[in-house]
Design a protein around this ligand. Structure first.
Ligand SMILES: [Zn+2]
Length: 195
């Protein structure tokens, strides 16, 4: 990618991050949906969960085998956002992130307006493995955000459990309002400010 284009994307991302810093308060209807997403959302999740879990499990193993460890400063950042085992984290840079074999999953993500598999997806976390696009490989903001997701995976314990929760949130209230994403934005911003 051209450097100017990459910088424009990073600028847009940072603007979005600033704009979204104030928390999105969920309506009672949205909270109800998170607790019981309904037949349609549940059916979608049952359909995509096995392959998506497999994809992220393989992807995590690849990142753990080939990625770099965190620096001393990054380990502190990880601890600050609640990661329990920061020495297990690995970070790898990829031009493209792995996508599911089943094209229906990508089609569904696009149809639902999710950034999964699009150029806007700059970071992706699976367990202790963090993938970054080259244009954000040096970004502490993106790393801090992804480290919150590592902490969330640790709490969920299994990729499948994290993913089920995440899909419920994305498919009911959307990316910006999803509690998992709100927590990632809030905790990463707080940790960076305090450093
Ligand atoms: Zn996120």
């Amino acid at each position: 990618m051209q450097r100017a284009a990459a910088l424009a994307i990073v600028a847009a991302l940072l603007l979005a991050a600033c704009k979204e810093e104030s928390p999105v308060v969920l309506t009672p209807e949205q909270q109800k949906l998170l607790a019981s997403p309904g037949i349609e959302v549940n059916a979608i999740i049952e359909q995509v969960l096995p392959e998506a879990t497999e994809l992220l499990t393989i992807s995590e193993a690849q990142v753990l085998a080939s990625g770099r460890a965190l620096t001393k400063e990054e380990i502190q950042l990880a601890l600050d956002v609640g990661v329990m085992l920061p020495e297990q984290v690995r970070v790898a840079t990829r031009e493209r992130f792995p996508m599911p074999r089943d094209p229906r999953i990508s089609a569904l993500a696009a149809e639902r307006g999710l950034i999964f598999g699009t150029p806007e997806e700059l970071g992706r976390t699976q367990g202790h493995g963090i993938l970054l696009k080259p244009e954000v490989a040096q970004s502490r903001e993106v790393l801090a955000h992804e480290l919150v997701h590592v902490a969330q995976y640790e709490k969920a314990r299994f990729i499948e459990d994290f993913l089920r929760r995440y899909l419920v949130e994305l498919l009911t209230v959307g990316y910006t309002a999803a509690p998992i994403e709100q927590e990632a934005r809030a905790l990463s911003a707080k940790a960076l400010k305090e450093q």
